[in-house]
Ligand binder design. Structure first.
Ligand SMILES: Nc1ncnc2c1ncn2[C@@H]1O[C@H](COP(=O)(O)OP(=O)(O)OP(=O)(O)O)[C@@H](O)[C@H]1O
Ligand SMILES: [Mg+2]
Length: 325
C-alpha cells in the first residue's frame, strides 16, 4: 500500500498535509501521533471514506484513489468495533460477505473459518452484545479478516479495553497478524502500543509525518525533540550552559539535546549539583524530577535507591536533535 503526496483540508485546516507512505505487503505499520494530528483522516483516505484533495492511493499495483470504499480491498476495525448489536457473532462476521452477494454456503464456510482463526467458534450463535470487550474486539477482527482484504486498517481498536486486556489482546493481534500475513495500518496515540506491535512507525504531527522508522530506530535515533519526547519520553536540554556542563557539547542554532530518563545517573561522583523536586515510586523503578541551573530533568532510578534532597547527576548518553517544539 502506498500514499503519494496525499493532502486533505477542512476549510483552512490542513488535516493531512502532503503525506507519502510505503507499507510493504505483510507488514504492520503504525501511524502514531497526538489527538487531531490527522491519523484517522489518513486511514479514511486509504479506505475510501474520505477523498484526498491531492495525491494518490495505491494498493498492490492499482491506483484506487477514485474507487468507491466498498469496492476497495480494505477492511476497517474501529475503536468502538461498530458491531451490529441486534445480530449474533456469526451474523456480524457474515454481513460483509452477504453485501458482496456471496452464496449462503460460501458465507457459512468463510464465517466458520474467520471465527476459528480468532478462537471464537463456540460463540457463532451468541448475541454479540453478550460478549466481553475483548471478544467483541476479536469479532470485529474476524469480520474484517473474513473478506480477505489486501490491507486491514485499525483505528485505535484497543482503546476501549482495560489495561490488562489491552496488553493481552495486543499480543494476540500481533500473533494473528503475523500468522495471516496481513498488511496492516494501525492508528494509535499510544506510543507503547505502536512500539509493541509495529514493524515500522510513522510519527505524525499537524497532518505531517515527522519521522518514519522501526521502533528501535525511532527510539535510538529520534531526529527531532518532538519525536524524542513523544516516543519513549526524553528530557529536552535547551540551556546551552547546562548542555555543556552535562555533556561537553556546544548547542548549535535550532538544536537541543534529548536525554532519556534512564540515561540520567543520580548521585554520581563529580556530577552536577542538582535539587530533587519530586519522586514517584513505581515499584521496579522510581521517576525523579531534578533541577540543574533552571533546567528540569527526569531520571529513572531503581525503586529502592536512597536519595537526599541535594544530589548530583550525570548523563551517560544523549542525542542532538532539531528543536521542533
Ligand atoms: N469531517 C471533518 N470536518 C472538519 N474537520 C475535520 C473533519 N474530520 C477531521 N477534521 C479535523 O481534522 C483534524 C484531524 O482529525 P483526525 O480525526 O484525522 O485526527 P486524529 O489524529 O485521528 O485524532 P484522534 O487521536 O483524536 O482520533 C482535526 O483537527 C479534526 O478536527
Ligand atoms: Mg482518530
Amino acid at each position: 500500500m502506498r500514499l503519494e503526496g496525499v493532502s486533505r483540508s477542512f476549510g483552512s485546516l490542513k488535516a493531512v498535509d502532503a503525506i507519502d507512505l510505503d507499507v510493504p505487503a505483510g507488514s504492520f505499520f503504525s501511524l502514531l501521533g497526538p489527538s487531531g494530528c490527522g491519523k484517522s483522516t489518513t486511514l479514511r483516505i486509504i479506505s475510501g471514506f474520505e477523498t484526498p484533495d491531492t495525491g494518490r492511493v495505491i494498493i498492490g499495483e492499482e491506483d484506487v484513489t477514485g474507487m468507491q470504499a466498498r469496492r476497495r480491498p480494505t477492511a476497517m476495525v474501529f475503536q468502538n468495533y461498530a458491531l451490529f448489536p441486534h445480530m449474533t457473532v456469526g451474523e456480524n462476521v457474515a454481513y460483509g460477505l452477504k453485501v458482496r452477494k456471496w452464496s449462503s454456503a460460501a458465507v457459512r464456510e468463510r464465517v466458520a473459518d474467520a471465527l476459528r482463526r480468532v478462537d471464537l467458534s463456540e460463540f457463532t450463535d451468541t448475541p454479540v452484545t453478550s460478549l466481553s470487550g475483548g471478544q467483541q474486539q476479536r469479532t470485529a477482527l474476524a469480520r474484517a479478516v473474513a473478506i480477505e482484504p489486501s490491507v486491514i486498517l485499525f483505528d485505535e481498536p484497543l482503546s476501549n479495553l482495560d489495561v490488562a486486556l489491552r496488553h493481552q489482546t495486543r499480543a494476540e493481534l500481533k500473533a494473528l497478524q503475523h500468522r495471516l500475513g496481513l498488511t496492516s495500518v494501525y492508528v494509535t496515540h499510544d506510543q507503547e502500543e505502536a512500539m509493541a506491535l509495529s514493524d515500522r512507525i510513522a510519527v505524525m504531527r499537524f497532518g505531517r509525518i515527522i519521522q518514519v522508522g522501526t521502533p528501535r530506530r525511532l527510539y535510538q535515533e529520534p531526529e527531532t525533540a518532538f519525536v524524542a519526547s513523544f516516543l519513549g519520553g526524553s528530557n529536552i536540554v535547551d540551556e546551552p550552559s547546562v548542555a555543556h556542563r552535562l555533556t561537553g557539547q556546544t548547542l548549535s542554532q535550532g538544536r537541543v539535546l534529548a536525554v532519556r530518563p534512564e540515561h540520567v545517573r543520580v548521585g554520581v561522583a563529580g556530577g552536577e549539583p542538582a535539587a530533587v523536586l519530586s519522586r514517584q515510586y513505581l515499584g521496579s523503578h522510581a521517576m525523579v524530577a531534578m533541577e540543574v541551573k533552571g533546567q528540569i530533568l527526569q531520571a529513572r532510578i531503581p525503586g529502592d535507591q536512597e536519595l537526599s534532597e541535594r544530589t548530583t547527576l550525570g548523563v551517560d548518553a544523549f542525542r542532538s536533535v532539531s528543536d521542533d517544539r
